[in-house]
Write a protein that binds this ligand. Structure first.
Ligand code: IVH
Length: 706
């Protein structure tokens, strides 16, 4: 029956169909709004709603009390307090074609009794694919923030909203006593990719799209999690206002911008439907480059007096409509699952697909994240899969179309060795909670051809060897170039060869002349002498970041001592491991990683070859009795006599710890001009604040010229 055209339904069929649709739409709403985990695409959902409305239009007598058309969103979750919206938060009617948009124009004119020639300004702006939020400001101060909920009552997410950088706690300028700003909370593509990568790493569920990620992130009981998730906000509408700051939609948006909000720069005003549609196509064409998801263009009658006359019908305003983009989801056949190895050796399963156009882009690969995700979706080679592409984020597999599974498919067996020719065993690390990580990693490090190039890039990076003129681009060049084929760190120091021969080779390469070639070799030579902590960091051992490398360097003092300890740890020497474990901030994860690194023959050889090229500076133990030893120091504002890195190195050499944010544990804040929130925090905790000059005096270098 669900396929029967609406015109052909009998009254009995229609009643049954409306009941089915009410149940189905409510279930989708629950999954979308309350669980942040939809199971159908927006296009499928819209189709259900459209069918429901069409049947209701034909049989108005059958409209149910629980009709989806009279409802927006879903009931409020029990997790949060409730806020009743002083003015309901409504939804928008949808247009799916140019014709629908023309009809909208006609409807508006008819309602206002404007003939076709009468001027009528309509704005067009992107429809952000996030979740709507209402922010209530009283006398310029943010007092509450509520989600849409069922349109009448939303969830109180005030604490979480305060952590969103785009949401000002205090409005700028002269603002109405009461002003409710409404708009969309969303997550950028970059934020989404980073969040899912970290979710995958921690074995937590993957978010289907940035919108669900934004909703899931805003609706956290722990506002600290919301803060870390990096949400954004665009203001585009308002609710209660003691005075509306403008006479047109455009005016008020400008006013909200002046109050300190991000607004939609792509918003434009047009006098004709053709103008609106042209802008729609322009926005659509620029969609992938925006950095966040939009799912259509919203048209709004600009004049607020006209908006007021037009009013509302059931759940949406008569003065606005959303012109939706075609869905960015598609189904295709999964031909293979390929395992790719990332920079850190993480094995990522990639779906190889029959090419399919999704939102105007041909897609052949999609990520499957990890083995658990493959198992959860039960994806098998040969399956028809539903995929989704959101802007420039890597497309992902959402699920399978179970009915289309061919006979004889097998569950995917995740490999237990790296796909590289070394066939190194794959390991799973322990997570902080002691569980096995879902991420499988190749232990080949520098030896694994997939990781080598990335390792080399880390090796020359700023915090490692920091070789002037040798960055990622040059590593790619020298890696692929048969004259140099730089494969290991030691190869970098061998590039010069016999000076003249090396120069001759380099001089003719793209981007190099006599001078730059010589400069590069000089820069490499200059780095033959290196501090031990930089050397340890540059090896790219997992979990050994800058700070850990420093701790190890300080503790062992010389390369020989560190090397000996690391080899012993790799051999399973309990005493050596216990000694390392006793170091501050070093625990099981680092020790396991050091052991793994040095138990690989390739890595051992690589380190030995490298060290032969270098002079390694012992790291001096920090002075035990400097005026700042043992203190935790925060540098803030712009420093004029030293760079941030220099300041940090200086303080650490004097035995202090440098922190990035002010807390109760901070002993001293060194503030330059322009310092802001950290100064406020320091005052709150009554922490001593000094300027840069006083810092030099304190550490006994007061006489040095600034
Ligand atoms: S105006 C009275 N403008 O789309 C309705 N809504 O499908 C005011 N949305 O609930 C809404 N971008 O969450 C408006 N530029 C935009 C929008 C936008 C996204 C959302 C909003 C709304 C939903 C309707």
């Amino acid at each position: 029956m669900s396929d029967t055209p609406v015109e052909k339904l009998t009254e009995g069929d229609a009643a049954a169909e409306l009941e089915r649709l009410a149940g189905e739409i409510a279930a989708h709403d629950r999954r979308y709004y309350a669980d942040d985990a939809p199971s159908v695409s927006d296009a499928e959902y819209d189709a259900l709603r459209r069918r429901n409305s069409a049947i209701e239009a034909r049989f108005p007598g059958l409209i149910r009390e629980d009709s989806p058309s009279a409802r927006v969103g879903t009931e409020v979750s029990e997790k949060f307090g409730k806020i009743r919206h002083s003015i309901p938060m409504l939804s928008l009617d949808n247009a799916f074609s140019d014709e629908d948009v023309a009809d909208f124009g006609k409807r508006v004119r008819r309602f206002l009794k404007l003939d076709e020639a009468a001027p009528l300004g309509i704005t067009a702006e992107p429809k952000i694919d996030g979740l709507s939020l209402s922010l209530r400001y009283e006398h310029g101060e943010l007092v509450s923030a509520a989600t849409r909920g069922d349109g009448t009552t939303g969830e109180d997410v005030t604490r979480n909203a305060r952590t969103v950088a785009d949401i000002p706690n205090r409005l700028k300028g002269d603002v109405p006593d009461i002003f409710e700003v409404r708009g969309e909370v969303y997550m950028s593509h970059a934020g989404f990719a980073a969040l899912n990568a970290s979710q995958a790493e921690d074995g937590k569920p993957i978010y289907a799209n940035p919108r669900n990620a934004a909703a899931g992130s805003l609706r956290q009981l722990d506002a600290g999690i919301t803060r870390r998730r990096k949400l954004n906000f665009f203001a585009y509408a308002w609710g209660e206002a003691s005075a509306v700051p403008g006479e047109t939609q455009m005016d008020v948006v400008k006013a909200m911008k002046a109050m300190g909000f991000q607004t939609l720069d792509l918003m434009k005003r047009f006098e004709t439907i053709d103008g609106l549609i042209e802008h729609y196509h322009q926005i659509e064409a620029g969609r992938a480059g925006l950095g966040y998801d939009i799912d259509g263009v919203v048209y709004k009658v600009d004049d607020l007096a006209l908006q007021k006359r037009l009013g509302f019908v059931s759940r949406s305003p008569r003065w606005a409509i959303a012109h939706k983009f075609p869905a960015e989801q598609a189904t295709t056949v999964l031909r293979d699952i390929e395992i790719q190895v990332g920079r850190t050796g993480a094995l990522t399963p990639v779906a190889k697909l029959d090419p399919v156009t999704v939102g105007g882009v041909v897609v052949q690969n999609a990520t499957l994240h990890n083995a658990e995700e493959i198992e959860r979706l039960d994806v098998r080679v040969g399956d028809t899969v539903q995929i989704q592409r959101a802007g420039d984020v890597i497309p992902q597999v959402l699920g399978i179309v179970a009915e289309k599974r061919p006979a004889g498919t097998e569950p995917f067996a995740f490999p237990d060795t790296c796909p590289c020719e070394l066939k190194t065993p794959v390991v799973r690390e322990e997570t902080a909670s002691g569980a096995q990580s879902v991420v499988r990693r190749c232990t080949g490090e520098f030896a694994c051809p997939f990781q080598r190039r990335e390792h080399l890039k880390l090796f020359v990076s700023r915090k490692a060897f920091d070789i002037d003129g040798l960055g990622e681009k040059q590593i790619d060049l020298f890696y692929d170039d048969p004259d140099f084929s730089v494969r290991t760190p030691a190869d970098i120091f061998k590039m010069r060869g016999k000076d003249a021969a090396g120069l001759k080779k380099l001089k003719d390469k793209e981007g190099f002349g006599e001078v730059s070639a010589r400069n590069l070799f000089d820069a490499i030579e200059a780095r033959r002498t290196i501090a031990l902590d930089r050397l340890i960091f540059s090896l790219g051992i997992r979990h050994v970041g800058e700070a850990t490398a420093k701790t190890l360097a300080r503790a062992y003092g010389s390369f020989e001592a560190f090397h000996e300890a690391a080899l012993k740890v790799a051999e399973g020497d309990a005493e050596a491991a216990a000694e390392m474990d006793a170091l501050e901030d070093i625990g099981g994860a680092v020790i396991t990683a050091v052991a793994r690194f040095f138990s690989e023959e390739h890595n051992r050889r690589l380190v030995e070859e490298l060290v032969r090229e270098l002079t390694i500076e012992r790291v001096e133990k920090p002075a035990a009795t400097s005026p700042v030893s043992g203190q935790t120091i925060v540098f803030t504002g712009s420093l004029e006599r030293m760079t941030r890195d220099e300041a940090k190195a200086m303080a650490e050499a004097l035995g202090a710890k440098v922190a990035g944010s002010v807390s109760k544990k901070t002993d001293l804040v060194v503030a330059g001009p322009g310092a802001g929130s950290k100064l406020k925090k320091a005052a709150e905790f009554e922490i001593e604040v000094i300027d840069e000059d006083a810092w030099f005096v304190r550490i006994g270098r007061g006489g040095e010229a600034g």
